[in-house]
Write a protein that binds this ligand. Structure first.
Ligand code: AMP
Length: 361
């Protein structure tokens, strides 16, 4: 079976690493000459709107999936004429736009921060009067890793904020005084079979994920599964979906969904019986899903900008480094490590060891 992937970054690369043992071949469509997934499959180097190359991809593969959600809707619609596309065009349309996704959560009774649709500075002023400060202004589309958003703390931050984000459609969200951030990675097969990984506790710095720790018996697991299950059913979703929540007042408020494999699920490669990349491929290929059970305790640390020396990482017990083969650049995700252990104190100690290596010590 040959899988077409829109995007050729590290997520595509890890999909191919998981799918190759299943006998799958891969073709990646990505305009970047240095797309890091290209080492593991065919690289169709073309823009996402290039219909000739999209047609070539559709002709070559059995199905198409995505490693990022900011794909133009027309690209998905075009491909869908010729080849099965998972997740569906509708799932992508919702998940790539913060207004659509938050409106979906609201319609399904899933708690969210207060939010308003913003098309102008006048809209913003009115929404701030209603929602209050602090609040977060976010572009509806194309935001990632904290980009395309601005925290508004005082009235002076509001003036000109719409223009600062590029005068594009935005949403304003009430600022959530969260006690933690968690994500639930779910997978749903073509036949509707659904599985959930354990909730993951995430730590961000400057909007970029640094550390994910998989939980055991989290008290909010059942509630999170209920909320995520509602979205999966509504969208008749196929594949892996990541759902990010704020933990607040002992409950959950929905932040956002990603219709794809997700950074907070990378620990599952070594830390779960079947990792998110393999399970995404099983789902889109119509295969039975693999077990999402955890193997001991697990955490994931991101490498931002550069990868610590491999000999030092390899010396840490049960540490599994992943090097994405990308050029090192400040603020860029260039690798990660999964850390495992039998118990939490040992896991904590290993996290501190690798954090010291990341800090250059
Ligand atoms: P996002 O791109 O929406 O995931 O936002 C990036 C990060 O900004 C989140 O992981 C939070 O740490 C923070 N953030 C986003 N929205 C809010 C909010 N409404 N209230 C408080 N913090 C937020």
């Amino acid at each position: 079976m040959k899988i077409g992937v829109i995007g050729g970054g590290q997520l595509g690369r890890m999909l191919a690493l998981a799918g190759t043992p299943l006998g799958m071949d891969f073709a990646f469509l990505d305009p970047a000459p240095d797309a890091c997934a290209a080492a593991l499959g065919e690289h169709i180097r073309a823009d996402y709107g290039d219909q000739d190359h999209l047609r070539q991809l559709a002709d070559e593969v059995d199905l198409v999936t995505f490693e990022f959600e900011s794909v133009p809707a027309e690209t998905v619609a075009f491909l869908s004429q010729f080849v099965p596309v998972y997740p569906s065009a509708e799932s992508l349309r919702i998940a790539r736009d913060r207004w659509f996704e938050k409106s979906l959560f609201r319609s399904l009774g899933i708690p969210t921060p207060e939010f308003a649709n913003i098309h102008s500075q006048v809209d913003l002023d009115a929404a701030v009067a209603e929602i209050g400060l602090p609040a977060v202004l976010k572009t509806r589309t194309l935001g990632y890793d904290g980009k395309g958003q601005k925290v508004l703390r005082q009235p002076a931050d509001v003036a000109g904020a719409f223009a600062e984000l590029g005068s594009v459609p935005c949403i304003l969200e009430g600022f959530v005084p969260f006690s933690g951030e968690v994500s639930l990675i779910a997978v749903r097969g073509r036949d509707g079979e659904t599985r959930f990984y354990p909730l993951v506790h995430n730590t961000h710095e400057s909007g970029i994920l640094r550390l994910s720790v998989a939980s055991s018996g989290h008290p909010l697991q059942a509630l999170a599964e209920d909320y995520v299950g509602r979205v999966l059913e509504k969208l008749d979703y196929v594949g892996v979906l990541a759902f990010e929540f704020f933990e607040v007042d002992g409950g959950l408020k929905a932040n956002e969904i990603a219709p794809r494999v997700h950074n907070s699920g990378h620990w599952t490669i070594e830390g779960a019986e079947c990792g998110q990349f393999e399970n995404h491929l099983r789902a889109v290929a119509g295969l039975p899903l693999g077990s999402t059970a955890k193997v001991g305790e697990s955490a994931m640390l991101n490498f931002i900008g550069q990868v610590p020396p491999l000999d030092r990482l390899a010396a840490v017990a049960d540490c599994h480094p992943h090097h994405y083969g990308k050029a090192f650049k400040a603020g860029r995700k260039v690798g990660h490590a999964t850390l495992r252990s039998k118990d939490l104190p040992t896991l904590e100690a290993r996290i501190r060891e690798v954090e010291a290596l990341i800090a250059g010590n």
